[in-house]
Ligand binder design. Sequence first.
Ligand SMILES: [Cu+2]
Length: 330
Amino acid sequence: MPLRRRDLFGFGGGLGVAAGVSAATKWLTGTQPETPALTDSADCATPGGTGPYGDRFMPPDEITAGYLDARHTPPPRRETRNALSVTWPIIETSLEVARGQRLNTWAYNGTVPGPVLRATVGDEIRIQVDNRTSRPHNLHFHGSHAVNADGLERIAPGLSRDYVFTAGPFGLHPYHCHVPPYAWHIGRGMYGAFIVDPPQPRPAAHEFVLVLGGFDTDGDGVNDVYAWNGIAGYYARYPLKVPVGERVRLYLVNMVELDAMAGFHLHAQTFDLYRSGTSLTPHEHTDIVTFGPAERAIVEFTLPQRGRYMFHPHQSRMTERGAMGFIVAV
Ligand SMILES: [Cu+2]
């Protein structure tokens, strides 16, 4: 397939590429797109219909501001200790994960990623899973629980299963389907985030959940699209918005299969890093965290100035194929 500049970067102005460069590097000579003026109004959307890396890895046109609010906004901390009981059907569906690029998915409760589950350490969790697809699946949680509640038994098509376990330890844990080949099941969207709060609340913060997925849309065993919360380029088009000077907490989960690692890098500000969220003391103060498959972290920071703070995995292919976004401080 011929290399097209818009497949790679819209960036490149000022890189000083000499005349006579090869066709493969000519894209570096392009001019940098203008950064739109920051406004306090509307949704801070990026105008113009294309992202800085082209339009192939941007949301479909019908995806508008607010579409992912329910996926990146965690439920509030639970103040009661009664059992948390939910029912999730597994639905077979086709999702447009980037403009013109569809993925056949199996989706917990119909979304990719599945619902964010939030409990406080020690809470009893009850999840009824109804398998409405044509394949067997299951629901496996990370974290600690009774070994006979590990979720490895398959749920045959058309059947249901109840999962009952106690939430712990406090931190951030993924859940996913564990039916082999599970790279295939996870790659088709069968995963989500499980927040377990400590007994004493963490400090107040603007909280967001960002789950990174990789999608092999043509079935060749290589991911073609990468997305935070299921839609490529969404946070480039519709940045997360936070107030200047107030604490921000991100729950980050890497559910990319087929790639050995993925990361999260924040521009222009550093953050406290809590690996797996299982300590209340930061492990590190940095601007980047790198994950193996199913690794996760909680990060906390404040943004001191108005502006657009870019975030992306430092695996550039992922950034170029849908996983670049912005947090706007207003
Ligand atoms: Cu499955």
